[in-house]
Design a protein around this ligand. Structure first.
Ligand code: ADP
Length: 170
């Protein structure tokens, strides 16, 4: 069975066990998909983020992920993944790969059966979408994640077409 699906739409409406947020290292909300997730989840999500352990104001280093409850979202968990800022952070391929991998590992270790991803780093962080699509699809296809249903929520026609093409012709 195909365990990767592409959806064009708003990730805050996903009915999955875990919704992945394209967060920043401080994990206190922001613009783009991060803002949309916090608005839809309500203040409980921010309160949960504030409880996450901090080191020098960093809750989640680039390339890592942290799991919290999901407030008012129709999901059990939000997984806050921090992708690289393209052209600023070194080794962006490795960092984007590990942001996806750490998110998937957290979902598996918390017993999730389904997970929804936005296009991490492809907004304000400037990652070229073709390359991001290739990385995200290849990590999601790894056999260790076969038991999870993986959804990509893309916002525009263009982004949806890029992910579809990578899924069909990797
Ligand atoms: P980053 O800072 O990691 O680049 P952004 O939030 O700026 O994150 O953008 C990541 C991607 O999420 C972009 O392609 C953007 O269009 C998309 N996006 C924004 N809001 C939503 C939403 N509600 N659902 C799904 N995708 C969204």
């Amino acid at each position: 069975m195909d365990t990767i699906k592409i959806v064009q739409g708003d990730i805050t409406q996903a009915t999955v066990d875990a919704i992945v947020n394209a967060a920043n290292s401080r994990m206190l909300g922001g613009g783009g998909v991060d803002g949309a997730i916090h608005r839809a989840a309500g203040p409980k999500l921010l309160a949960a983020c504030e409880k996450v352990k901090t080191k020098n104001r960093v809750r989640c280093p680039v390339g890592e992920a942290r799991l919290t409850e999901a407030g008012n979202l129709k999901a059990k968990y939000v997984i806050h993944a921090v992708g690289p800022r393209y052209g600023i952070d070194k080794n962006p391929e490795n960092l984007l790969t590990s942001a996806y991998q750490n998110s998937l590992d957290l979902a598996v270790s918390h017993g999730c059966e389904s997970i929804a991803f936005p296009a991490i780093s492809c907004g304000v962080y400037g990652y070229p979408p073709q390359e991001a699509a290739k990385i995200s699809v290849s990590v999601c296809k790894r056999p260790e994640y076969e038991s999870l249903m993986k959804y990509f929520y893309l916002f525009s026609d263009e982004m949806t077409a890029i992910w579809m093409a990578k899924l069909e012709h990797p």
